[in-house]
Design a protein around this ligand. Structure first.
Ligand code: GRF
Length: 207
């Protein structure tokens, strides 16, 4: 059976990466091979999680690259080096331009901590998303996995899961609940779904 080679792009703590690694260790991602973890921050804790799981890591920073174009080219060089066929953005805090995203159409997915299209787009990241949801007074929020295109949080939706807002929620409490009840569940599932689709497409091409 063909397995799709995946790079997970990270910037921070990497709890979503951990959810993917754990699902893979449990045998729940039979069509996915986590082949690389790529960070745009040298000190991202996610890199330690990858190393502990025996997954190769690479770091590419915008500062070192000098420009957005050079940054994206350096990322692409790492992805090619590891034979990557699919990208998972799991808390990757850098916007990629169309030059990059066009090369990964329907091969790059992202997890976003709201029910898109609510609370998405430029500036809607991390804790801000939950602050916005609370100040608007929504009673239900959640997480979305979507394909990545040139519009921030604008690609086609693959999976969503709703999470209730509880009385007295702070952005931090809500963030944690959305991660536990939605992100860590739907991201590994979506990784397997898209990886399987790509693997089958590849099989069809080879017959
Ligand atoms: C998550 O809330 C994710 O939805 C958002 O950034 C956060 C990353 O957390 N895009 P982690 O690094 O996976 O712990």
């Amino acid at each position: 059976m063909k397995r799709t080679k995946i790079a997970v792009l990270v910037s921070g703590g990497g709890t979503n990466l951990q959810a993917i690694l754990d699902a893979s260790a449990r045998g729940e991602l039979p069509h996915a091979e986590i082949a690389l973890v790529l960070s745009n921050h040298k000190k991202a804790y996610a890199l330690e999680r990858a190393a502990a799981a025996g997954v190769p890591t690479a770091v590419v920073t915008k500062k070192q690259a000098g420009s957005q174009a050079a940054f994206e080219a350096a990322m692409m060089a790492e992805l090619v080096k590891y034979g990557i066929e699919m990208i998972v953005m799991a808390g990757f805090m850098s916007i990629l331009t169309r030059d990059f995203t066009d090369q990964w159409t329907e091969r790059m997915i992202n997890i976003h901590p709201s029910l898109l299209p609510a609370f998405g787009g430029e500036g809607c990241y991390g804790l801000h998303v939950h602050e916005m949801a609370l100040s608007r007074g929504v009673k239900v929020t959640g997480a979305t996995v979507h394909f990545v295109n040139e519009i921030p949080d604008g690609g086609k939706i693959i999976a969503q899961k709703a999470v209730n807002v509880e009385p007295g929620d702070t952005p931090e409490r809500l963030q944690r609940r959305v991660m536990e009840q939605a992100e860590w569940i739907i991201l590994p599932q979506a990784v397997e779904q898209v990886a399987a689709e790509l693997a089958h497409r590849e099989d069809d091409l080879n017959v």
